[in-house]
Structure formats: structure tokens, C-alpha cells
Ligand binder design. Structure first.
Ligand code: HPA
Length: 275
């Protein structure tokens, strides 16, 4: 079965479960933001394992599901749990949900994540609107035959991060008294954190933050001509920028602490989404 036929089946299945009313924004919830999916009005939950052709994790305790409902009066679809390259998924598999959302008629994508801060003028705990990204790894989610029905073979990445949405996020931050940084996110495959030398390279190349997600999804969304916004919760200073060694538990704890600013910000951004 080819990709387009699979996407049609996945999209049709989700629409039968949640109804065909227009969805304003698809939100990918990164570490620390998962609870937002539990705060939707009139929610419909669909475990990934129910959706034909969807990748899903068999790892116990992994909450992988779509939550579709209303947030601040907008109809949203949340991914509670995303697919990472470091888990063993191919980049193509990591972006299959994004391609499904577009097939469902969704035009707006809001990507969130946790990342490490490489900008020495900033601090762990800052929030960053993604203005651009760097991915030096050779693989791409669009490697292989181009599905012409989705987008062009060679496509522009200069508008991958929608400028209107960046401005919108920053002005929502101002309204809430939350200072938002704006910068470049560099993708690393993980699962190991970066070495101090890798972080020095990232800094030299102009990266303000590093992380293990989001970029594949943004590439697929750009191919599909979706409007994409990205915000990173910079949970820690990256390797070598601080003296401490990094561990996942601390990243999760910091992500949890940032919830109290990040969640209201996400709500405000959704409430007045301009596109
Ligand atoms: N590096 C990569 N990914 C991350 C980090 C980091 O320092 N912090 C949170 N996610």
C-alpha cells in the first residue's frame, strides 16, 4: 500500500472517531506539556495503536494518543507523545502523524519541545520561539520517492517557521509578562546528550538551543505548506555550558517547573491564533 493510501485511511479513521468539524491547530506536546491534553473540553481520545498505519510504541506506560477537543474556544488536536528518531523510528515514521493531520485538512501546526540552551546570555528555564533550525544529519523525512500529492520534490525551507506566528507568540508572552527568546534550534539524533565539543560546534554555527525532536516534523510540515510555530522549553544549559552533568530526570523536573508559565502561554497563543 502506498503512503498516500495509508494516510487517507489513517485520516478517515480519526475523522470517524472525532467528527469532521474543522480543527484549527494541531499541537505536538513536548516534555512537561502532556497534561494540556487532559484539560480539553469535550475531549475524544484515540490511542495511536487504534489508528490504521500509525506508528505506536509498545513500551509499557507510554502514553501515546491523540486528544481532540476544545482549548480556549478553538478546536485542537493534541499529540500526547511524539515519535523520536532515537527510539528507532525512521524520520519518515516520525513525521507520519503530521502528514496525516494535513490529510485531515489541518493547516496549522504548533510544535513544542524541551531543549538544552547553548546561548550563554540566556539561562535554563527560558522559553524560546524557534526562528530557524539546523540539521546537519544527512537523513531527511522526505528522503526517497517524492509523494507529489503531498508537496514538491525540492521545497523552500526559508518560511518553515511562520513569521506571523513567531510575532504572535512573542506578543502573547508580553501580554502575560513572560519574556520569550527567539533563536535557532539545532537537531541532534540522541539518545545521548551532546558532548561539550558538539555544543561548542553548535554555538559556532549559530545555534541557541539543541534538542532531539521537532525538526523532522517541521521539515514535513514545510513540504506540506503548513503554518508552523515552534516553542522550546530550555530546561537546562547544554553540555559544557554549565559544569553539571546532564540527566533526564533533571530535564523532566525542570520541564515540570516550567509548566506554570508554558501552559498559560500555549493557551493564550491558541486563543488568539491569527491564521
Ligand atoms: N540536549 C538535547 N536535548 C535536550 C536537552 C539537551 O541538553 N535538554 C532537553 N532536551
Amino acid at each position: 500500500m502506498d503512503l498516500i493510501e495509508c494516510l487517507k485511511e489513517s485520516a478517515a479513521y480519526i475523522l470517524t472517531r472525532c467528527g469532521t468539524e474543522n480543527i484549527d491547530v494541531a499541537i505536538v506536546l513536548g516534555s512537561g506539556l502532556g497534561d494540556l491534553a487532559e484539560q480539553l473540553d469535550r475531549p475524544v481520545y484515540i490511542p495511536y495503536g487504534d489508528i490504521p498505519h500509525f506508528p505506536f510504541s509498545t513500551v509499557q506506560g507510554h502514553k501515546g494518543r491523540l486528544a481532540i477537543g476544545y482549548l480556549e474556544g478553538k478546536r485542537v488536536l493534541c499529540m500526547q507523545g511524539r515519535f523520536h528518531f532515537y527510539e528507532g523510528w525512521s524520520l519518515q515514521e516520525c513525521v507520519y502523524p503530521i502528514q496525516t493531520f494535513k490529510e485531515m485538512g489541518i493547516e496549522n501546526l504548533f510544535l513544542t519541545n524541551a531543549g538544552g540552551c547553548t546561548n550563554k546570555d540566556w539561562k535554563g528555564g527560558d522559553l524560546m520561539v524557534i526562528s530557524d533550525h539546523i540539521k546537519l544529519m544527512g537523513d531527511s523525512p522526505l528522503r526517497g520517492p517524492n509523494p507529489d500529492a503531498l508537496g514538491e520534490r525540492f521545497f523552500d525551507m526559508g518560511s518553515a517557521w511562520n513569521k506571523t506566528l513567531q510575532e504572535h507568540a512573542i506578543s502573547c508572552g508580553k501580554e502575560l509578562g513572560v519574556e520569550l527568546r527567539r533563536g535557532v534550534y539545532m537537531f541532534f539524533g540522541g539518545p545521548q546528550f551532546e558532548t561539550p565539543a558538539e555544543i561548542r560546534v553548535a554555538q559556532l554555527l549559530g545555534a541557541d538551543a539543541v534538542g532531539m525532536s521537532t525538526v523532522p516534523e517541521a521539515i514535513a510540515a514545510s513540504h506540506l505548506k503548513m503554518n508552523t510555530l515552534g516553542i522550546s522549553a530550555l530546561t537546562n544549559m547544554a553540555a559544557g555550558v554549565c559544569e553539571n552533568s546532564l540527566n533526564h530526570k533533571e530535564v523532566l523536573e525542570a520541564g515540570n517547573k516550567m509548566k506554570s508559565t508554558f501552559q498559560p502561554l500555549v493557551r493564550r497563543i491558541i486563543k488568539t491564533w491569527p491564521l
